[in-house]
Design a binder for this molecule. Structure first.
Ligand SMILES: [Zn+2]
Length: 288
């Protein structure tokens, strides 16, 4: 049965940047708000420790030292205090980099993959559609879309598999309009959902937690949870950077419908400071 195995789950904040609120929420103010880079740390009773994205890392600074990659850093200044670094947060829980079994990659933007090189033993799961898009772009095209190849390990391809290869299972009725997902671990505990629009494709993760809630990690399919509550999509300027506006609207609309349903899962966008604050920061459910 779907979600019969509950998973331990903690949300971590791994660096942040600042943008005007109106970028993330149409009609919002011009004041700068925090865009945390949120990372999911998950423990499965059989498959061990899993990550959803890695957030920022020191490697982001080195990958953006040269021109033209340095432009990325100028446009998006990153704040990463030492105590927020992913390796430091894992170490404080007694977790070594080699202990991470799998990293699920929402998409290949630098703020989601900057720490991949820190995990030499992990295998990676992403969508094939997103991977194909990255492969087609030249150096400038990648930069324009916030992809930085230097952040990927040398053996990245050998360790990568695609969500589309996992079997399709129907989602429970209360997940409408998300009707099916990919059974990423083969035991129906962790379902992958395609959330296209922001990029060619994005991998969302759905699962049940030991706290007996259901969680839906949605990457950049929505930037602020208030956007789903009040039907406020990102700014027109942000849309200009999206891969496909129609797909983005479709994904955003489906998330809104799910969010306003009778028993919605906790929808967690990767950069939502409101979600981070409402959860009370990290809860240390896992190896605390
Ligand atoms: Zn992002």
């Amino acid at each position: 049965m779907l979600f019969s195995i509950p998973l331990k789950f903690d949300l971590l904040k791994v660096g942040s940047c600042q943008h005007p609120e109106c970028v993330a929420l149409r009609g919002g103010s011009r004041r700068a708000i925090d865009f945390p880079a949120l990372v999911g740390l998950i423990e499965h009773p059989q498959y061990g420790l899993l990550l959803y994205d890695t957030g920022y890392s020191k490697r982001f600074q080195s990958a953006t030292r040269r021109f033209p990659e340095c432009l990325y850093r100028v446009i998006t200044p990153v704040n990463l205090p030492p105590e927020q670094e992913l390796l430091a947060q894992l170490e404080s829980r007694g977790i070594a980099p080699k202990d991470i079994d799998t990293i699920f990659i929402s998409h290949f933007h630098a703020d989601h993959v900057a720490g991949l090189r820190d995990f030499p033993a992990a295998r990676f799961v992403a969508t094939g559609a997103e991977h194909r898009l990255c492969g087609k772009l030249g150096r400038l095209g990648r930069l324009r879309r916030a992809y930085l190849n230097d952040l990927l390990p040398g053996d990245f391809e050998a360790r990568l598999s695609f969500a589309e290869q996992a079997p399709v299972l129907p989602m429970p009725a209360e997940w409408e309009p998300f009707r099916e997902g990919r059974d990423l671990l083969g035991d129906a505990s962790l379902m992958g959902a395609d959330l296209p629009g922001h990029t060619a494709s994005q991998l969302g993760l759905a699962f049940r937690t030991v706290e007996d809630g259901t969680v839906f990690l949605v990457g950049d399919a929505c930037w602020k949870i208030e956007g789903l509550e009040g039907n406020a999509p990102p700014s027109r300027l942000a849309y200009a950077l999206f891969h496909n506006r129609r797909d983005y609207n479709d994904t955003f609309g489906r998330l809104r419908a799910l969010h306003s349903s009778a028993r919605p899962p906790e929808i967690i966008p990767s950069h939502c400071s409101t979600t981070w604050t409402r959860r009370g920061g990290t809860r240390r459910i896992l190896r605390a």
